[in-house]
Design a binder for this molecule. Structure first.
Ligand code: ADP
Ligand code: MG
Length: 600
């Protein structure tokens, strides 16, 4: 074939292929247009997998009859003027591609009426060609009906998944936007059945509840982070709620749903030592950055963005989520002052106000729409976590502050393999790994003592000398302050000899030389910069060494002591390394295993 210029029709199809991958992409683009138009209510109807029918109706400002044709031209937009505007984008759309692309691969009908027009317009296109345009009576707003999607692209049709999968994808797109725009009422009808609806009350928690269901939503923890370069608000799961993959971590940047593996990783990292490895949190995070700090023009579907300071956004997200999760155990006191829901909704509103301060040009409808997010409600979360509350806490020891109970009261039944404790609780049977559980207990006690600077040292009987390699000598030098803070007292002598005068008191029964060697080996493998990380690492090693071992027989009193302390840990379900401390078999599971369920 000789070189030739492709026909307009083929060019249009190729371009459309980038934007319209599947029915859900059509829904996404049309939702974004409706939101940009300042809609207060958006109704979505679909039939089957979406190829037969996709209809999106909004009550936004509509399109002037004189502009209707132009809206379907490629690169036609009302949202962007010059290339400079690309760095101050405050609308979801700006490429002027969606309507042209969708029209190119379907049979499309649009009726629209602009707020300043007296009558509406109906326009019909097939494969991108206008087949009809006329005046029509219609309320203010826009309804777009897409039929026979991909009718002229049989190849694309073959790539679509089962109808159920495409339907689910559509619902996912709708529910995401519903959470990011709680002031808009979303209604989704699939195959003539209403499957989803939000109230449009303006409350983020209302929208999250509509999406996740009241049970899961109740267990979510409010996230609030306010850094100069990025504010982070939203909700993240308490440690009891987790999933097998990262797909339930939902991120929005400046009101736009995005995929970003680095930020997703920041969320996962915030749960380090809190969730078992291989389990992932559920989160909905609304990130706001000044619009000149983010480039949204990276990808045709605008699902990826580039930050001017990715590290700043990463650490803002990680810190906000981490502090939300780690302070969750203090939920009781927090809740007394105000509900999580109020806090999150207020922050969400504030985020918008913050952002609005940065908007210099008049964006009319959009600003109106955002301002309405100030509408708050009196949504109340009665219990923000699944923690088992028990305000009559048992004192843990002389003067120790009573902590809320994080596990039900467990009755020790016995020990097996000198490694696991069997216990019974109101919800069935628990098998507890004594070593992992003790590590968790010691770790939390140690971190609390370190924070309060009350770590107890144990002087070694005779000062023990230890021969160090040159590397280890350098490590002791480097981390001496941290080692001292944790309860080690080490003094370097000439050459590569050091004297260990004291170790943390929990290690009293252990060989000080072996302990210090193990700590130094961990530090050598060091990949965690920052004093905090180093300290955690040393503490983890100390706790691992001091914890009861598997294979150690425990008497009833020792087992009870261990369980009582575990019940008061912030995160009793995992050891500091993220492995589970216990296996729970509910009464129902036991009954099922024994074939007793349903058997009279
Ligand atoms: P973009 O959103 O990138 O501007 P689109 O092709 O999606 O490009 O839309 C083209 C133009 O049509 C928009 O800029 C907007 O002016 C107008 N438009 C599209 N959908 C709507 C709608 N639902 N309500 C009002 N105007 C709309
Ligand atoms: Mg658009």
């Amino acid at each position: 074939m000789s070189i030739h210029i492709l026909s307009e029709a083929v060019i249009a199809q190729i371009a459309a292929g980038e934007v319209v991958e599947r029915p859900a992409s059509v829904v996404k683009e049309l939702l974004e247009n409706a939101i940009d138009a300042g809609a207060k209510q958006i109704a979505i109807r679909t039939q089957g997998d979406g190829q037969a029918l996709l209809q999106i109706s909004d009550d936004g400002h509509g399109i002037r009859s004189s502009d209707v044709r132009l809206a379907f031209a490629r690169h036609a937009t009302s949202k962007l003027d010059s290339a400079d505007d690309l760095y101050a984008i405050d609308t979801l759309g700006f490429r002027g591609e969606a309507l042209a692309s969708i029209a190119a691969v379907s049979k499309l009908t649009m009726t629209t009426r602009h707020t300043s027009d007296h009558s509406g317009t109906l326009i019909q296109l097939e494969g991108g060609l206008i087949v009809q345009e006329r005046a029509i009576g219609s309320p203010v707003g826009t309804t777009i009906t897409v039929e026979q999607l991909f009718f002229n692209m049989p190849a694309r049709r073959k790539f679509l998944k089962k109808a159920a999968t495409e339907k689910r994808q559509i619902a996912t797109v709708v529910t995401r936007y519903a959470m990011a725009y709680p002031a808009v009422r979303f209604i989704l009808e699939q195959d003539d059945r209403e499957v989803f609806r939000t109230s449009g009350s303006g409350s983020f928690m209302d929208a999250v509840t509509a999406v996740m269901g009241a049970d899961d939503a109740r267990t979510m923890i409010g996230v609030l982070g306010d850094r100069p370069g990025a504010t982070v608000t939203g909700v993240t799961s308490s440690p009891q709620l987790h999933r097998a993959d990262r797909s339930r971590i939902t991120l929005f940047v400046n009101g736009r749903y995005i995929q970003d593996s680095a930020i997703t990783h920041a969320v996962v990292q915030a749960y380090h030592t809190i969730l078992m490895s291989g389990r992932y949190p559920v989160a909905v995070l609304l990130i706001r950055v000044p619009s000149d700090q983010v480039d949204v023009n990276v990808h045709p579907t605008k699902a990826e963005v580039r930050f001017r300071s990715p590290e700043g956004v990463f650490s803002a997200v990680q810190q906000a989520v981490r502090s939300a999760v780690t302070t969750q155990a203090d939920a009781a006191s927090f809740r007394r002052s105000q509900t999580y829901a109020d806090t999150v909704d207020n922050a969400w509103t504030r985020g918008h106000q913050l952002d609005m301060g940065l908007i210099t040009n008049d964006i009319g409808q959009h600003a109106r729409h955002r301002a309405e997010l100030n509408v708050n409600d009196d949504y109340e979360l009665t219990s923000p976590s699944t923690l088992i509350e028990d305000d009559t806490a048992i004192p843990e020891g002389a003067g120790a502050p009573a902590r809320p109970r994080t596990l039900p009261i467990l009755r020790v039944v016995g020990q097996i393999a000198a490694s696991y404790i069997i216990a019974e609780g109101p919800a069935g049977m628990y098998l507890i790994d004594q070593h992992a559980a003790h590590e968790r207990i010691l770790y939390e006690q140690f971190m609390a003592a370190a924070a309060a600077q009350t770590i107890v040292k144990q002087m070694t009987l005779n000062a023990q000398t230890i021969e160090l390699t040159p590397d280890a000598t350098a490590l002791v030098d480097e981390y001496l302050a941290t080692l001292l803070a944790i309860g080690f007292d080490i003094e370097q002598f000439g050459g590569h000899t050091a004297v260990i005068r004291a170790v943390p008191a929990v290690l009293a029964d252990h060989d000080p030389v072996a302990v210090v060697k193990a700590v130094l080996q961990d530090l050598e493998r060091g990949d965690a910069p920052g004093t905090k990380a180093i300290e955690e690492k040393i503490v983890k090693r100390v706790c691992k060494t001091a914890a009861v071992k598997a294979g150690q027989l425990l008497n009833a009193e020792q087992m009870r002591g261990l369980i009582t302390q575990l019940e008061r840990c912030h995160f009793p379900l995992t050891c500091p390394h993220g492995r589970p401390t216990m296996i729970h078999m509910s009464s129902t599971q036991l009954e099922r295993e024994f074939g007793r369920l349903g058997a009279g």
